[in-house]
Design a protein around this ligand. Structure first.
Ligand SMILES: [Fe+2]
Length: 174
């Protein structure tokens, strides 16, 4: 229990008079005042409990991983970074294929260490997701897309041992 919760008998802490009530004053306390003090203590304790209980939820979720230097990938980055293959300038409102491959060479798909899912976002909205089981030979998906304007495409993939990895690409349309 935090130290401040031990101050529940301190009137100053509860927003009452700075000086603790004298014995005489305490004897004069009316029942409503005692009830009010008890209520204030309960509120203080409750707030403390809520704050403590909420602390784990404040922890930020791990962010998607991206290579520190895309020009020089580490072996771990090479194995996990999604590789996007698509036309240099897709035609507006004309379907095209986006190929997403996880890793170069592709990541292993063993039961204990594999890519669990791949998803594609267009302009921040998820447009595709695939769950991959261990029977999938390679973590590669083909996604037919159609764009109505310049779009940021994002491919995300989760390795069951090394977290979520992401690649973003700004795509111009012709
Ligand atoms: Fe991995």
């Amino acid at each position: 229990m935090p130290a401040f919760l031990g101050h529940d008998a301190d009137p100053a802490f509860l927003g009452h008079d700075a000086d603790p009530p004298s014995r005489l004053a305490r004897e004069r306390e009316t029942e409503p005042l005692r009830a009010r003090r008890a209520f204030c203590r309960a509120i203080a304790l409750g707030l403390g409990a809520v704050t403590l209980g909420a602390r784990p939820a404040l922890a930020q979720p791990p962010t998607d991983r991206e290579p520190a230097d895309p020009g020089h990938l580490t072996p771990e980055e090479s194995a996990h970074v999604p590789v996007l293959v698509l036309p240099r300038r897709p035609r507006v409102e004309r379907p095209f294929d986006l190929i997403v491959q996880i890793g170069d060479p592709t990541h292993t798909m063993a039961e204990h260490h594999r890519i669990a899912w791949i998803e594609v976002l267009a302009g921040g909205a998820r447009v595709f997701r695939a769950e991959l089981g261990p029977a999938v030979a390679f973590p590669v998906v083909r996604v037919p897309l159609v764009l109505t304007g310049p779009t940021v495409l994002t491919a995300r993939a989760q390795c069951n041992q090394h977290g979520v990895w992401r690649t973003r690409r700004e795509v111009e349309v012709g």
